[in-house]
Design a protein around this ligand. Structure first.
Ligand code: TLP
Length: 348
């Protein structure tokens, strides 16, 4: 059986999830009468402590409808240099929202208040208008890292001081919530909009949602239509999302434990550098020493042939993500496969 650690997006809906999807009551959500979508939006808004919510097909669309909702073309958005909106959204902030993204630095995918103070442009006709700050929690390329709440507080206070809006890319906010033992609404407090994904660790086949104040969500809803993301009998997907919120959140702790075990196992392989102590949620990033003679892509191709799938994220960096379809028993097998692949690359 293949052990697929490429992403937590690869999960397949469980039998129970498929059952609730098949039984979902549906309507035409573009006309506003799909009861399951409406129920999901209410439930999600309440969970995030916001006035309203909008169901969207993907995390990317959640981020982009939020950015478009909170800015105007020509505005500047502050985000971490490693953020998903910069790396993996096909240039959508520029193409769909007409904004510039200014990358901020900092370890673990996190910046701080001083970075915002430094980056905000003076009000002068030469400059773009700095308008929005985006926080990604957990941070994907930051290693699945969780933003400490006091840091988020400082960043939001700085944003407020400068009159900026704030968006939370909470694709994996439930992972942060479980890791910290803090409800999502506390992690989303102070943000104008928050996007979360049902299709990552929660195991739904597709779907994300944006929550925020009524006016921001009215605009998200409008831009969802403009960007082609308004779906009709979407209650089938919303049912999966509701089921996932009900049954698949607490178990994320298992994914975090599996990721820590994986990191500790990988740390024992010569030629691999991994900071097992830095693993806070479901992601493990490791670096290949040049002495192995392998690039990340070559190692992943070799692993693939052994039935273990991981993703190269840089020349010598590999990502492995634990999720609903990865059991504790698979972890030692994955570690052995990596040890074997490194030995093969070394020629023994
Ligand atoms: N991330 C995917 C890839 O796009 C890289 C993954 O496998 O991790 N925000 C964050 C922080 C994400 O990690 C992702 C997906 C998204 C947004 C976008 O979600 P989708 O894929 O639903 O558009």
């Amino acid at each position: 059986m293949v052990i697929d650690l490429r992403s937590d997006t690869v999960t397949k809906p469980t039998a129970e999830m498929r059952r609730v999807m098949a039984a979902a009551e549906v309507g035409d959500d573009v006309l506003g009468d799909d009861p399951t979508v409406l129920a999901l939006q209410d439930r999600f808004a309440a969970e995030m402590g916001k006035e309203a919510a909008c169901f969207v097909p993907s995390g990317t669309m959640g981020n982009q409808t939020s950015i478009r909702s909170l800015t105007e073309p020509g505005d500047e958005v502050l985000a971490h240099a490693g953020s998903h909106i910069i790396h993996y959204e096909t240039g959508a902030p520029a193409a769909l929202c007409g904004v510039m993204v200014r990358p901020l630095a900092g370890p673990g995918g996190m910046f701080d208040a001083a970075d915002i103070d430094e980056a905000v442009r003076p009000a002068d006709a030469h400059y773009p208008r700095t308008r929005l700050v985006v926080v990604e929690n957990t941070s994907n390329r930051g290693g699945g890292s969780v933003w400490p709440m006091d840091r988020v507080g400082r960043v939001l206070a700085a944003a407020a001081r400068h009159g900026l809006r704030a968006h939370l890319d909470g694709a994996r906010l439930w992972n942060a919530s479980v890791a910290l033992g803090v409800p999502c609404r506390d992690l989303a407090r102070g943000f104008d909009t928050v996007t979360c994904c049902f299709s990552k660790g929660l195991g739904a086949p597709a779907g994300s949602a944006v929550a925020g104040d009524r006016e921001s969500i009215r605009r998200v809803h409008r831009f969802r239509k403009m960007f082609g993301g308004a779906m009709r009998q979407a209650g089938i997907l919303a049912a999966a999302a509701l089921h996932a919120m009900e049954h698949h959140v607490a178990r994320l702790a298992e994914d975090h434990a599996n990721a820590r075990t994986l990191a500790r196992g990988l740390a024992g392989i010569s030629g691999i550098a991994v900071d097992a102590g830095a693993v806070e949620t479901n992601m493990v990033f490791f670096d290949l020493d040049e002495s192995t003679g392998a690039t990340a892509a070559a190692l992943c191709a070799s692993l693939d042939r052994a039935g273990v799938r991981m993703l190269p994220t840089a020349m010598r960096r590999v990502r492995a993500v634990c999720h609903l379809d990865v059991t504790a028993a698979m972890i030692p097998r994955a570690v052995d496969a990596v040890a074997q692949a490194v030995a093969t690359a070394r020629g023994h």
